[in-house]
Design a protein around this ligand. Structure first.
Ligand code: FAD
Length: 235
């Protein structure tokens, strides 16, 4: 596994409690859209027993000239240090790792189910597919509490096309000050079938918190989706 140091080029609050971190991409760093890195902070100010490293998906696509990381903030020492990292500071990255990537068979719809920042590797895959015009038909179901807490919401809305169907859904609109005309409630097979003609013959990608991934995997299997067609990443 390759390991190297990279500098923080930019950071941005992209939604409530969620930030992106843009790191320089070494010239020889090659990865497949959907892969992740192990990000290690160097000599951090704060420490806790959970350590200085976390697996983090690469949210940027291979053609973009930086490595983008998206994360939900927490009070862990790692996240606090990352949030306060000064531009120009170095971190260590190991990777790329992981095999979550688009199916080469473009005849099968690629159905992506994301909970919150679980959208990170899917952003990479979607941007890759749009940029390279791979021909995949992609459906992104994206679940958040409210629009304010949904990273990349506007970016995905702008990207919609015949090849990219974006279905955001909110679970707590009663706490939002924004107007919402889209789906509400959790993603489930019934919601998916309102937008996708047929559940079988598609590839599913589920990324998010453990319960989100577990519930959706089992409800899809109960609805007749073959286990081998479901790929998951648990955050
Ligand atoms: C393949 C993969 C990709 C991921 N990509 C992303 C991403 O793009 N964005 C993102 O936000 N998150 C991502 N995650 C999750 C991420 O690695 C963190 O686990 C998550 O963000 C929570 O970190 P935290 O510091 O807020 O939480 P915490 O719960 O404080 O820390 C979680 C980490 O601490 C460890 N830990 C927990 N308790 C203890 C203990 N008592 N002693 C020692 N260690 C402990 C866990 O094993 C885990 O590594 C990914 C995870 C995986 C597996």
């Amino acid at each position: 596994m390759n390991s190297c140091r990279v500098k923080l080029k930019n950071k941005c609050e992209v939604a409530e409690n969620a930030m992106t971190f843009e790191f320089e991409k070494p010239r020889d760093f090659r990865f497949i859209a959907g892969q992740f890195i192990i990000l290690t902070l160097i000599d951090p100010l704060e420490n806790d027993q959970k350590g200085n490293s976390r697996p983090m998906s690469i949210a940027s696509a291979p053609h973009e000239d930086y490595l983008l990381v998206l994360t939900r903030l927490s009070d862990s020492a790692f996240k606090q240090n990352l949030m306060n990292l000064a531009l120009g500071s170095e971190v260590e990255i190991k990777g790329p790792l992981g095999s979550l990537c688009l199916n080469k068979d473009i005849s099968r719809p690629q159905v992506m189910l994301a909970g919150g920042v679980g959208v990170a590797p899917l952003r990479s895959m979607i941007f890759y597919s749009v940029h390279e015009q791979t021909g995949h038909k992609i459906y992104l179901f994206y679940c958040n509490r409210r629009p304010e807490s949904a990273p990349f919401l506007k970016i995905f809305q702008k990207l919609e096309s015949a090849k990219f169907h974006f279905i955001p859904t909110m679970t707590r609109m009663n706490t939002s000050k924004k107007q919402w005309h889209g789906e509400c409630g959790r993603i489930n097979p019934e919601m998916i079938q309102r937008h996708l003609p047929k559940l079988t013959d598609s590839d599913f990608y589920i990324v998010g918190p453990p319960q989100f991934v577990k519930d959706l995997s089992s409800s899809l299997e109960e609805a007749g989706v073959n286990k081998k067609d479901i790929r998951t990443e648990v955050y």
